[in-house]
Each structure stands twice: as C-alpha cells, then as structure tokens.
Design a protein around this ligand. Structure first.
Ligand code: UDP
Length: 312
C-alpha cells in the first residue's frame, strides 16, 4: 500500500483529495493546523484505518515516521479575504512550509505535487492564460502576499527538482467550487449562494464585468491525480475554460436558487482584482488527456444542495 501525505487536509480541496486517494487504495496521512480548514470536512474519514490525521503547522519542521511515496502540498489560506487577514501566515506557508515539505520529499525520496494558482498570472495581460505567460503581479498590493508566496513556491520547487533531483509536480489551480467551501470565505460563489438563500442582495464588486472560469471540484481532483501520476515537472493549468462575467454569474445563481427576495447590490471593486481569468488547458489536454466533464449547470446544482444544508 502506498502512502500519501496531504497538507491542508481539512480544507476544501485537501479534504476532497483525501477522499480520492483513499478511494484509490492509498494510506492517507492528512495534516492541517486548522487555520482556515475544519475537521467537519474530514470527520467522515476518522473511522477509516487507512486514514491518519496529524495536527501540525507545516511552517515548523515536519516529521512523518516511516515511508512516504507521495506528498501533496495544499496547505494555505486561499481566499482573498483570508490572505488579507493572515498575510504573514500566507507568506510563511507558501515559503517556509513548501521548503519543509520539499526537504521531507528529498529525505523520503517521495514525489511531491505543490498547489500553485492562477494568481501567479496576476491581473493578466494575455487571455486566456497559458503556462508560458510570466504574469502581471503587484508584489506590494493586497494580493501580493498570496501571489508572491505561490510564485516562490514554484521557484523553490523547480530548484529542488533541478538541484536535488526531487520528483516534483506543479499544478496551477483556477477558481474551483463545490461542497465543503466555507460559507464565509468571502469568495464570489459562497457569498452569492448564501445571500441568495437568505434573500439578501448579492454583492457584485465593481460593475461585475470582470470574468472568472469556474471548475467543479471533482474535475479538478481528477486533473491533479493525473498530473501527479504523469512524468511532467513543469507547471500545468487545471481549470475549466468556461468563462463568465461575475454579473452574469450572480444572475445565474439568482435563477438557480429562485428566491424572489434576493437581488443584486453593487459594491466597490477591491484593489488589483484581476479583470479576466480563463485557463488555456491545451497542455493538460495533450499531456494528461484531461479536460473538465462537469458543466456549471450540473456542478452548481450539487453545490446548491450543500449550501442549503449549511447556510443558517
Ligand atoms: N466578487 C464579488 N462579490 C463577492 C465576492 C467576490 O463580486 O461577494 C468578485 C471579485 O471581486 C472577483 C470575483 O468575484 O472579481 C471572484 O472573486 P473570488 O473572491 O471568488 O476569487 P478570485 O478569483 O478573485 O480569487
């Protein structure tokens, strides 16, 4: 039985990855310090004997006994309001945390996949974004703490690959949604769903003409699994190219929820908010034979059931 360490295991993506690797027959060690994660997301895994949970902050030395075959580094605050509230932790987990996990991968001769982000492209000047675009990031703006932490994560991962010969994989994750997103994480989708269910105004920032491309979590997990098992060490975009403006997205959610009391309210656009975002997934298609399968309509239906349960 192969063993995988998943950091950020109690988070939205981390917990779905734990589910997937357990289903594939792995021994899964989930690690988290619960800064933004919640044990609610992995409570159902505790009875499984193939699952172990370590409460640990990966910015401190990471010790795992025994053999490790794979490491997935998914620990980090990831929503704009989280990294605004926790700028130092965000920088530390991307930098010191990644360093510790690369060191662990080297010591254990494990293959490591690190979670990067479309934020490495910043407010992009090319569209859609391809992996060979270097990005347009403001290092001293409000998003700089996340963007630069993830850019450092990529750089140090490449250094461990080139200098130490560690087997590394880098996934650039675009906007992803699904069950277990935190209701109050401040992102567009949880905000819109909870506002629509409560019959409030959906807070569209700016005029809502900025675009995003939303990927259902199961599609993302499949792409990550395939990338880990591939032999490609350079960054790969994983996301759904189905692009939509935030205003249209709010209208779509209003229609799906169908609460006549809910409306749209416009709020100020946050500084450095990217105007467009859409992954070019040619590389993932060619290298991994991967593309998203779940339409926004189907993904949002499942996600609505989840939000109906958790929105008080
Ligand atoms: N947004 C919005 N209302 C909200 C939250 C976000 O209009 O209540 C906008 C935000 O300004 C951005 C887009 O929706 O243009 C996606 O924001 P999110 O925080 O989900 O993630 P991002 O893609 O910016 O990291």
């Amino acid at each position: 039985m192969k063993t995988v360490l998943i950091t950020g295991a109690a988070g939205f993506l981390g917990s779905h990855l734990c589910d997937r690797f357990l289903a594939e027959g792995f021994h899964v060690i989930g690690m988290d310090n619960l800064l933004t994660g919640s044990l609610d997301n992995i409570q159902h895994l505790f009875p499984k004997k193939e699952f172990e949970y370590y409460h640990h902050d990966v910015t401190k030395f990471v010790h795992v006994p025994g053999e490790l075959d794979y490491i997935l580094h998914f620990a980090s605050p990831a929503s704009p309001i989280d990294y605004l509230k926790m700028p130092i932790q965000t920088l530390k987990v991307g930098a010191l945390g990644t360093h510790n996990l690369l060191g662990l991968a080297k010591a254990k001769q494990a293959r490591i996949l690190v979670a990067s982000t479309s934020e490495v492209y910043g407010d992009p000047l090319t569209h859609p974004q391809k992996e060979d675009y270097w990005g347009n990031v403001n290092p001293v703006g409000p998003r700089g703490v996340y963007d630069e932490a993830k850019r450092f994560l990529e750089a140090i991962t490449m250094a461990y690959h080139n200098f130490h010969g560690v087997e590394t994989r880098i996934v650039r994750i675009f906007n992803t949604y699904g069950p277990r997103m935190r209701v109050n994480d401040g992102r567009a989708l949880p905000a819109f769903f909870s506002q629509a269910i409560r019959g409030e105004g959906l807070t569209v920032f700016g005029d809502g003409s900025q675009t995003r491309s939303f990927c259902y979590v199961d599609d993302l997990v499949e792409g990550i699994y395939r990338l880990l098992m591939s032999d490609h060490h350079l960054p790969v975009n994983i996301g759904n190219p189905d692009e939509i403006s935030i205003k249209e997205f709010a209208e779509e959610i209003l229609a799906i929820v169908g609460n006549p009391e809910a409306t749209i309210t416009y709020k100020e656009l946050p500084k450095d908010d990217p105007k467009v975002r859409q992954p070019d997934i040619t590389k993932a298609r060619n290298l991994l034979g991967w593309e998203p399968k779940i339409s926004r309509k189907d993904g949002l239906k499942v996600t609505l059931d989840y939000f109906k349960e958790v929105v008080g």
